[in-house]
Design a protein around this ligand. Structure first.
Ligand SMILES: O=C(O)/C=C/C(=O)CC(=O)CC(=O)O
Length: 341
């Protein structure tokens, strides 16, 4: 089934079930008001939501047009957002780009940071930043939402606890990352609010593209209407989702509704760095990687980070070419303070 949260003026929005083709929705909020409430009681609630989803497909329940613009991130805020870095090729490239050495252990020991989860951006809302000089970059990723998991959960438990899959734009401020990580205390200012796809789907909706650990489909990243990234999320994922979840749960339980991110989807090409889409490659899911390739080839980066007015679009299509999660589409705008303050 496909689930979305419509904006309704409350912090957590209203839960709806969305049709497979993303054209219609039926209100689920009479059954359970929010996605977090559904996740809190998943074993009891999910069969009812699945029945509504089937009824929606056969027009057996009232429905209305689904507009991706009306959707919030499926969880507008979450108890936990833990983002991995499973495509180690990405970390290797961004570290090179800022002249930092990547420890060899990153290939065997998963890397996860805890992101801010109190203020996710809606998928069609702008990325508002005070200054372009922060080095505003997108990071296109896949994420899963898990059920309750005990501390020390193993791989099978972790795989079984994956309830939903969605896409993410893990906005990153490259000019702040280097100095911030050098302080040795992790990301904070360099990772502002993330945005998630309009729709979250249960793994069965992915068919054989879901192998229990990763999504074997291309992640489509467009910048200002032009193809920028077409990396396959099932390729070069050194740690799959169960492995990331096991890592996250090693020393603490994970609460229902915890979001685990894949990290920036990144494909190597013949064992080396990839090529831009325009040059026949799979391209990139963030600008920092392209800048590194440009530096390797020409001594310096040519592509700038995002400017005010730029638009980033992140989407994934099934083998028939239909959008699975709807699209994250965000314009970068100057933050001028909150209206009315
Ligand atoms: O500069 C770095 O070392 C890392 C920068 C990132 O933004 C990495 C990250 O968020 C993890 C990922 O997307 O794989």
């Amino acid at each position: 089934m496909k689930l979305a949260t419509l904006k309704n003026g409350t912090r957590d929005g209203k839960l709806v079930v969305v049709s497979r083709d993303l054209t219609r929705f039926t209100d689920a909020s009479f059954l359970v008001p929010t996605l977090q409430a559904a996740l809190d009681d998943w074993r009891r609630i999910a069969p009812h939501l699945a029945a509504m989803a089937e009824s929606l497909e056969t027009n057996a329940v009232p429905s209305a047009r689904f507009h991706e613009h009306d959707a919030h991130s499926p969880l507008p805020r979450a108890y936990q957002w833990a983002d991995g870095s499973a495509y180690v090729n990405h970390v290797e490239l961004v570290r090179k780009a800022r002249g930092a050495e990547m420890p060899a252990s990153f290939w065997t020991d998963p890397l996860i940071y805890q992101g801010g989860s109190d203020s996710f951006i809606a998928p069609r809302d702008p990325i508002r930043m005070a200054d372009e000089a922060f080095g505003i970059d997108m990071e296109a990723e896949v994420a899963v939402v898990v059920d309750d998991l005990p501390m020390g959960a193993g791989l099978d438990e972790a795989r079984e606890a994956i309830r939903l899959v969605m896409l993410v734009n893990d906005v990153t401020l490259r000019a702040i990352t280097g100095p911030e990580l050098a302080k040795g205390f992790g990301f904070f200012q360099s990772k502002p609010s993330s945005a998630f796809s309009p729709v979250a789907v249960t793994p069965d909706e992915l068919g054989d593209a879901w192998d229990g650990g990763k999504v074997n489909l291309a992640l489509l990243v467009d910048l200002n209407g032009k193809p920028f990234g077409r990396a396959n999320a099932g390729v070069d994922m050194t740690f799959d989702f169960p492995a990331l979840i096991v890592h996250a749960a090693k020393t603490r339980p994970l609460a229902a509704g915890t979001i685990i991110g894949s990290g920036t989807v990144s494909n190597k090409l013949d064992g080396g760095p990839g090529k831009p889409v325009a040059a026949g490659g799979a391209g990139y899911s963030c600008i920092a990687e392209l800048r590194m390739i440009e530096t390797i080839e020409g001594g310096e980066p040519k592509t700038s980070f995002l400017h005010f007015g730029d638009t980033v679009r992140i989407e994934m299509k099934d083998k028939a070419g239909h959008s699975i999660f709807g699209a994250i589409e965000q314009k970068v705008e100057k933050y001028e303070g909150e209206k009315g303050t």
